[in-house]
Every structure is written in structure tokens, then in C-alpha cells.
Design a protein around this ligand. Structure first.
Ligand code: HEM
Ligand SMILES: *[C@@H]1O[C@H](CO)[C@@H](O)[C@H](O)[C@H]1NC(C)=O
Ligand SMILES: CC(=O)N[C@H]1CO[C@H](CO)[C@@H](O)[C@@H]1O
Length: 451
């Protein structure tokens, strides 16, 4: 009798629980459908490529060459078109200077639908933060990038670069082609560790290499997640093999960050090291973070501190690695420009064999080549915002508050009206005369506005 009662109440419990879950699922679905309708209706006046009933444009975007796919869409749909990652996240994808200006000159917040995917990894650092807290951190960290802090970095860059070139000289003897991306990545991480994170002269250790591999993994997984709507929900994603791999790689990255922070804190315990820092006129990034400025109660919490270190560790080497790799690719493709750069540098150096801060400003042709390579291969090809108030574009079409915007920097940089023969590598596009006549939002490899 007793066990019958028990099983009755148990089955009733199961019934209630299933009912409850069903209602939750239903509410979530209704919420998503409403949101979808709102986003879609807002973009009514923007025609775009056909959408798959389930995947939206995700299938096209997942394929290699998807950046060029968007360029071909841009030809078909001038200024802007809707872009759907699955059914519930729909952006207005823009790639025209006046459209870019309308949004990026006013400082709308980041689109959390995209940037929240970063949270597990880099937390709420400068890249993801909003509002007063963003402003506070930004103000706090700006002096860490004062010219006087940056100047001595040039010697570090030169040293790490020489180490990379030595490696390549050996590899070149084998007379086989090899992938440079990974070596450039190690060089970039090595300079970052030494400059921004005050690491000694030891070069990359085992832990740094593990970190480097974890970040390669994380960037790929992030991209894949964004494009796969079934992965958008945190709870579901963490249960999948990809999600678990993401969490494991996050753990590796966080261990690395904690180690960097621990080592610097330990160094600060040392009396001599503290004196050295107090004597410095300009503090570096990590000095500032670790509370050199904390007397006014603006000390960062541990979570904030880790988020900033993780953010800079990622942003500081991933972008530069891809920027430098693509630049070298361009130089390899166009030996005539490579030779002009070499001549320019040889002339500046004279009989010296290493570069100094003052030399950089004299490298005008090299700078134009770097900009042209940023135009063709922007290290950050797409950035996202959510409108905090309505916007009306130059052609009279408008979007309401809450709409999602994707600025496609890659397609913007290939607009044939602004950049005649856009696929041609021509550094003279960045001569002072040519720059003077150009729309200020036509070239934005570093995004624009307050962010
Ligand atoms: C070629 C090199 C680089 C490129 C092309 C680049 C590009 C960008 C872009 C496009 C954004 C805006 C992102 C958005 O709007 O969502 C950004 C933000 C940011 N970048 Fe870079 N970046 C580069 C190098 C670096 C380096 C070396 C560091 C650090 C040492 C860094 C740290 C940051 C930070 C902290 C932010 C967020 C700023 C804020 O919102 O206040 N970046 N970067
Ligand atoms: C390129 O920019 C010009 C001038 O801003 C604009 O008229 C044109 O529609 C743009 N092309 C595309 C493909 O967006
Ligand atoms: C709240 C607080 O501690 N404010 C101090 C900030 O620092 C200045 C001097 O740098 C002090 O005068 C303030 O009292």
C-alpha cells in the first residue's frame, strides 16, 4: 500500500515536471518567434539573398570563401542586406561608407548576441564591456599605451623578429614551401608577453605554446558557433563535443592568464621590483592593472583583472598575427612593392642593422603597403552593434531601436566606387593626395567611433 502511494506521487511529480518543462520550452519558442518577427519586419525595406527555412544564410557563411560570397551579395544589393544566422539572429549587414558612418559615428553598444559568445573565454574586458564601466576601464588603461611606454617596445619587436627570421633562414635551406602563420603567431605572442605582460627575456615556454594552440582552437570554435544556430544556446552548446572542447580550451587560456598574473604579483612582493615600478614615469599595462592606481578606490576586482588580461592577450596577438601574415603574403605576391619597401628601409638604416622608434615615421612607402594589405585583408573582417536608438540612412531607409547591425569591413574595403579595381594591390591608394579625397568611413580596419 505504502509503495503504491509512493509510486503514485512519483508519477504525479514526473507529470508536473514534464508539464512545467513543456511550458518553459513553449514560452522560449514564443519569445524567439516574436523576436524573429520584429527583426524581420524592421528590415522589410532591405531586399537580400534568399534564406533557408531553417539555417537562414548560415550554410553559405560556413563555407570557405564566405567573405567573397558577401562581396557578391553586396554587388546585388547595394548598401546593405539582411543576414540571418539561423532563424532568430538577423543582422542588417552594411558595407557602404555613409551607412557605416550613420551607425559607427555614434557609439551604439555591441550586439550581445555575438559578443556574449566571448564571455566564457575573455570575460567582460574592454572588448565586451559597455557603459560607465567600459569608460572607467578605458580611462584607466589608456596611459599604458602612452608613446613613452611604447618606444622601448621597438627593440623587443626587433629581437623577436630576428629570432623568427633565423628560424626561416634554416627552413629556407630545405627548399620546400612552409606555412608561416604559426611562426608569425609565436613571434607576435612573444612580443606581447614581453611588452604588455612584462615577461623576461626567456622566449615562449611550454605553457605559452599550449596557450597559443588553445587560442587557435577557440577562435575557430567561436566562428563555428556563431554560424551554427543549434549552438547558440549556452546550455545546449556545453553539452556538445564542440562545446566541451571550447570549455577545455578556455581552461587552458585561463590557467595561462592566472600564471601571468601570479608571476607579476610575486615579483611585486620583491622590494627592489616595487621600487623600480615606483620610479617609472609611465607604467605598463600590467602595472596599471595590478593596482598602481588604486588609491582612489578604482582598484579592479579579480574577475575584472582577469578579463582585461585575457582580452589583451587574445586581441593583442590574434589580430597582429593575421595582419602581419597577410602583409607578408602581399609582399610575396608583388615583388616590385617588396623591393621598394626594402630600398626605403635600407636608406633609412644606412649602416645600422636594427630599427629604432624614430625610423618608423620615415617608412612612408612601407606604411602605405601595410594599409593596402589591411584594406584587402582586414584582420577583423566584421564587427557587430545593436542600435540604442533608431537610425535613418542616407537613402531614407531606416531601422528601429534594437536592430542588429553587422559592419562587413571586408566588403566595405572592396566597394568599387570608392576603390577602383578593388582586387588590385595598389599602395598609392594611401598617398596623402588620394587619402584626402576619400570618405572617412571608407577604410576602417580598426573599426571607428569610441570603440
Ligand atoms: C593589426 C592590429 C589590430 C587590428 C586590425 C585591430 C582591430 C580591432 C577592431 C576592429 C576592434 C573593434 C572591435 C569591435 O568593434 O567589435 C578592436 C578593439 C580592440 N582591440 Fe584591437 N586590433 C589590433 C591590434 C590590437 C592590439 C595589439 C591590442 C592590444 C595590445 C588590441 C586591443 C584591442 C582592445 C582592448 C579592443 C577593445 C577596445 C574597446 O572597445 O575599448 N588590438 N581592435
Ligand atoms: C559603394 O559606395 C558608393 C558611394 O558611397 C555607393 O553609391 C555604392 O552603392 C556602394 N556600393 C556597394 C556595393 O555598396
Ligand atoms: C576618493 C579619493 O580617495 N579621492 C582622492 C583621489 O586622489 C586625489 C589625489 O590624487 C585625492 O586628493 C583624493 O582625495
Amino acid at each position: 500500500m505504502g509503495s503504491l502511494m509512493f509510486s503514485l506521487s512519483l508519477s504525479r511529480l514526473v507529470l508536473w515536471a514534464s508539464g512545467f518543462i513543456l511550458v518553459l520550452v513553449f514560452l522560449k519558442l514564443a519569445h524567439l518567434l516574436l523576436r524573429r518577427q520584429k527583426l524581420a519586419r524592421a528590415m522589410d525595406s532591405f531586399p537580400g539573398p534568399p534564406t533557408h527555412w531553417l539555417f537562414g544564410h548560415a550554410l553559405e557563411i560556413q563555407q570557405t570563401g564566405s567573405l567573397d560570397k558577401v562581396v557578391s551579395w553586396a554587388h546585388q544589393f547595394p548598401y546593405a542586406h539582411p543576414l540571418w544566422f539561423g532563424q532568430f539572429i538577423g543582422f542588417l549587414n552594411i558595407y557602404e561608407p555613409d551607412y557605416a558612418k550613420a551607425v559607427y559615428s555614434r557609439g551604439d553598444p555591441k550586439a550581445s548576441d555575438v559578443y556574449d559568445f566571448f564571455l566564457q573565454w575573455i570575460g567582460r574586458g574592454l572588448l565586451v564591456l559597455e557603459g560607465p564601466k567600459w569608460f572607467q576601464h578605458r580611462k584607466l588603461l589608456t596611459p599604458g599605451f602612452h608613446y613613452d611606454v611604447l618606444k622601448p617596445y621597438v627593440a623587443v619587436f626587433a629581437e623577436s623578429t630576428c629570432a623568427m627570421l633565423d628560424k626561416w633562414e634554416k627552413k629556407a635551406c630545405e627548399d620546400k614551401s612552409f606555412d608561416i602563420f604559426c611562426d608569425v603567431g609565436h613571434m607576435a605572442l612573444d612580443t606581447l608577453m614581453k611588452c604588455t605582460f612584462g615577461k623576461g627575456n626567456s622566449g615562449l615556454g611550454h605553457r605559452d605554446n599550449t596557450y597559443y594552440r588553445a587560442v587557435s582552437d577557440l577562435t575557430l570554435l567561436m566562428q563555428q558557433r556563431l554560424e551554427s544556430f543549434q549552438y547558440h544556446n549556452d546550455f545546449i552548446y556545453w553539452l556538445t563535443p564542440h562545446g566541451r572542447r571550447f570549455l577545455r580550451a578556455c581552461q587552458v587560456a585561463h590557467d595561462h592568464t592566472d600564471q601571468v598574473i601570479r608571476e607579476r604579483k610575486a615579483a611585486l612582493q620583491n622590494e627592489k621590483e616595487r621600487e623600480k615600478i615606483q620610479k617609472k614615469r609611465h607604467l605598463d599595462f600590467l602595472d596599471i592593472l595590478l593596482g598602481a592606481l588604486d588609491e582612489n578606490g578604482s582598484k579592479l576586482s579579480d574577475a575584472d583583472l582577469r578579463a582585461e588580461v585575457d582580452t589583451f592577450m587574445f586581441e593583442g596577438h590574434d589580430t597582429t598575427t593575421s595582419g602581419i601574415s597577410w602583409f607578408l603574403y602581399c609582399m610575396a605576391l608583388y615583388p616590385e612593392h617588396q623591393n621598394r619597401c626594402r630600398e626605403e628601409i635600407c636608406e633609412i638604416l644606412g649602416d645600422r642593422d636594427t630599427i629604432q622608434w624614430d625610423d618608423l615615421g620615415k617608412m612612408t612607402y612601407l606604411t602605405m603597403c601595410i594599409k593596402e594589405s589591411f584594406r584587402l585583408y582586414p584582420p577583423v573582417p566584421q564587427v557587430y552593434r545593436q542600435l540604442s536608438k533608431p537610425v535613418t540612412f542616407v537613402d531614407g531607409r531606416s531601422l528601429p531601436e534594437g536592430s542588429l547591425i553587422s559592419l562587413h569591413i571586408y566588403a566595405l574595403h572592396r566597394n568599387g566606387t570608392v576603390w577602383p579595381d578593388p582586387e588590385v594591390f595598389d599602395p598609392l591608394r594611401f598617398s596623402p593626395e588620394n587619402v584626402a579625397g576619400r570618405h572617412p568611413f571608407a577604410f576602417m580596419p580598426f573599426s571607428a567611433g569610441p570603440r
